[in-house]
Ligand binder design. Sequence first.
Ligand code: NDP
Length: 297
Amino acid sequence: MTAQIIDGKAIAQKTCDELKTKISSLQDGAPSLAVILVGDDEASQIYVRNKKKKATEVGIDCHVIELSASIGESALLSTIDELNDNPHINGIIVQLPLPKHLDEQKIIAHISPDKDVDGFTPYNSGLLSYNNPSAFVSATPKGVLELLKSTGIDLVGKHAVVIGRSHIVGRPVAKLLLNADCTVTITHSHTVNLPEITQTADIIVSACGQPKMIKSSWLKEGVVILDVGITRVDGHLCGDVDFDDVKEKASFITPVPGGVGPMTIAMLLVNTYEAFLRAQAKGETSHCCHHKNCHCH
Ligand code: NDP
C-alpha cells in the first residue's frame, strides 16, 4: 500500500477561496480580527504577519496590536477589555507564547467567549467537552478534523491514538475525535510502550514535536496519520512521523510542511467569520470602531 497524501495546502486554499466569496457577498460590513502580539519573538512575528496577510486576502479586517514585552498584566487585561467592548471587533486572539511574567491562562480567560476565535478560553473548551456545537474550536484541532473528513473514512468506532496532551492541540483533538464517536487513547511523554499502543490505532494524530519519532514498525497496515508536529531540523521543517519509512504502510498521511500547518490559519479565519455572523445576528456588530480618531467611514 502506498499512502495517499492529504493535501492540506490545497484544502486550506479551497476553504479560503470559499470564505472570500462569502465575505465579498456580505451586504453589511466585513468581519474583523484583533491580534495581540506582546514582545518581539521572531517566530510569533512571522505567524502574526501570515495571519494578517491571509485575513486580508479573504476580506477580513485584521488589526495587529503590538505591545511591549514589559507590559504589565493589568495593562494587557485593559487592552482585552477594550477589544471585548468594541463592536467593530468580532474576533480576538493573543499570540502565544507570552513573556514569562504574564499568566497565560489568566490573560486568555479574559477574552470574551463570543470573540474567542482561537477557542482557548475555559468557556469554549468546556463547550467542546459538552460536545456543544456552539463552541469555538481551536484552529489546529479543527483543521485536523477537516483533513480527516476529507479522506471520506467513517470515523465511528475507529481507534484514534492522540500523541500529545497540550491545551492547544492534543486535548482538543482528543475531544473532537471522541465527539465524532472514535474510541480515543491520549498519550504523552510518560506513556509506557507507546509503539504497542500506536500498533492498535486506526487513526494517529501526532502533536508531540519529536522529529521522525513514528516509524513503520509502530503502525498497523492502513492507518491514517495526521502529523501536527513541526520541528526545524538542519534548516528544514520536520514532522513527528518518519514519512519515508511509513508511507508504504499508511493509507492516508499528511506531509510536513503542507499538511496540517496551512489549515490552522484557514480555520482561524472561518471562526472569525462565524463570530461576525453571530454578532450580526445579535445586532452587535458595527462598521465604526467608535474611536475618537475614527476613519471607518
Ligand atoms: P507542547 O510542547 O505543548 O506539547 C507536546 C506534547 O507532546 C506534550 O503533551 C508532551 O507530553 C508530549 N510529548 C513530548 N514528547 C513525547 C514523546 N516522546 N512521546 C509521547 N508524547 C510526547 O506542544 P504543542 O502541543 O504546542 O505542539 C506540538 C507540536 O505541534 C509541535 O511540534 C508544534 O510545533 C506543532 N504545532 C503545529 C501547529 C500547526 O499549525 N501545524 C500548531 C501548533 C503546534 P507531556 O504533557 O507529558 O509533557
